[in-house]
Design a protein around this ligand. Structure first.
Ligand SMILES: C[S@@+](CC[C@H](N)C(=O)[O-])C[C@H]1O[C@@H](n2cnc3c(N)ncnc32)[C@H](O)[C@@H]1O
Length: 398
């Protein structure tokens, strides 16, 4: 059956209709005319895959990745980069209108579309390195990803060539300041890792065990240094992280007494804005990130930041006063208790960083009872995928 793609859904999947029923076809863009195979028919929609591209959208650009069609990592390759940015902007505008009744006109900050990631998580099955295909645990064998640097790709090739990966399940490679950290999950001879990799990478881990080299690698953001260890969260797009944190700093403004940095990870945002504050308190659940955050505070010779370990929803207290609260939750957004406590604290400024506009809209529905939107900026942290990062500045209503 042949259909014409009319638009993309919020996950970057092409959409069309068959007899007024919506059909979702991944790896297509608006304007493509494709022969499809129906995979599953649901009550209200159909899932299909493209079999033959009868006519390509006039908008299309050549796809530089040989794995794109099967790999689950990217959704938007083929769509020119400016169109990707327009799609992401429209998506956030529509979601916030539909689910939070908010009319916005955000600017979106572009990234370099390739080689922007400082981390890749590779799956390994039967000794083969790869990535999962779209919506499945099937592996597509790859040894080169256009979203990471040439250095990371060289290490992937070296690992593939030199190591027996039969009992390895996953390999995580991270990069900072031209240093590489490689973590293997599964079983492999330590001597084999040392012999083949130790001269090429700064740090090697086998599961949680540090094998050789440095225990951490160090990232630089502006004038600050940050330790990265295998278990801690760190933003994946270095240049956009600097842009994002500068925006947070601008929204925050100088001369704050007390601020909160919730979901603070390795303390990066709190450290970045610390010169604008007398006291910063960070809260983070992951003990390994908390350890790194404390280390990062010392590394940057700061004395006005403290970190508490725990679940924000459980340990955030309503009695304190803060000039501003920065929240940067995971994709699930703020939990109910956190939303309630924030409405009790009533800090004059709230800066909300979100990687999921749907949960952002849900949270705003409640926060809007006390807060007005002052400004919003979008950051394309993840080019060629459907993801987008939003930073929102909210002010307490007078
Ligand atoms: C999107 S990351 C943000 C990290 C940091 N702000 C940054 O820019 O690197 C979200 C962080 O929230 C933490 N987290 C998730 N659920 C949490 C919870 N209930 N309470 C506290 N921290 C949580 C995660 O461990 C992760 O470090």
């Amino acid at each position: 059956m042949v259909v014409k793609i009319t638009k993309l859904n919020h996950s970057g999947v092409g959409m069309s209709t068959i007899n007024e029923k919506v059909v979702f076809i991944p790896k297509t863009i608006p304007g493509d005319i494709v022969d499809i195979e129906i995979k599953k028919e649901h009550k209200n929609y159909i899932e299909a895959i493209p079999v033959t591209y009868k006519e390509l959208s006039r908008n299309r650009e050549p796809i530089p990745c040989p794995y794109y069609q099967e790999c689950g990592g990217c959704q938007l390759m083929g769509l020119p980069y400016q169109e990707q940015l327009n799609y992401k902007k429209e998506k956030v505008i529509n979601i916030l209108k539909r689910y939070a009744n908010l009319t916005i006109n955000p600017k979106i900050i572009a990234s370099s579309p390739y080689q922007y990631r400082n981390k890749i998580t590779l799956q390994v099955k039967n000794g083969q390195i790869g990535l999962y295909t779209q919506n499945s645990n099937d592996l597509i064998s790859i040894n080169n990803c256009l979203l990471v640097s040439d250095e990371i790709n060289s290490i992937i090739k070296l690992i593939e060539e030199k190591l027996n990966l039969q009992d390895i399940n996953q390999i995580i490679i991270r990069e900072a300041n031209n240093q590489l950290m490689v973590q293997f999950l599964g079983n492999i001879l330590e001597e084999e890792l040392i012999k083949n990799l130790s001269s090429q990478v700064a740090s090697i881990y086998l599961n949680e065990k540090h094998i050789i080299g440095q225990k951490n690698i160090t990232e630089t953001l502006d004038k600050y240094q940050f330790l990265i260890s295998p278990a801690s969260f760190f933003q994946v797009n270095h240049n956009q992280t600097i842009n994002l944190y500068n925006q947070v700093k601008e929204y925050l403004g100088p001369n704050n007494k007390k601020i909160l940095d919730l979901y603070c990870g390795t303390g990066t945002i709190g450290i970045y804005v610390s010169e604008y504050c007398e006291q910063v308190t960070g809260i983070e659940l992951n003990p390994s990130s908390v350890k790194d955050a404390k280390h990062n505070i010392k590394l940057n010779n700061l004395t006005n930041i403290k970190i508490k370990q725990g679940d924000v929803g459980k340990i955030l207290q309503a009695q304190n006063t803060y000039d501003a609260i920065i929240v940067d939750p995971p994709r699930s957004g703020l939990d109910k208790r956190t939303r309630k406590t924030l409405l009790k604290i009533k800090s004059p400024k709230l800066i909300y960083i979100s990687c999921n506009p749907i949960t952002l809209a849900r949270d705003l529905n409640e926060l809007q009872s006390l807060y007005n939107l002052e400004d919003i900026t979008l950051f394309d942290m993840f080019p060629n995928t459907y993801h987008v990062e939003c930073v929102m500045w909210l002010c307490l209503k007078k």
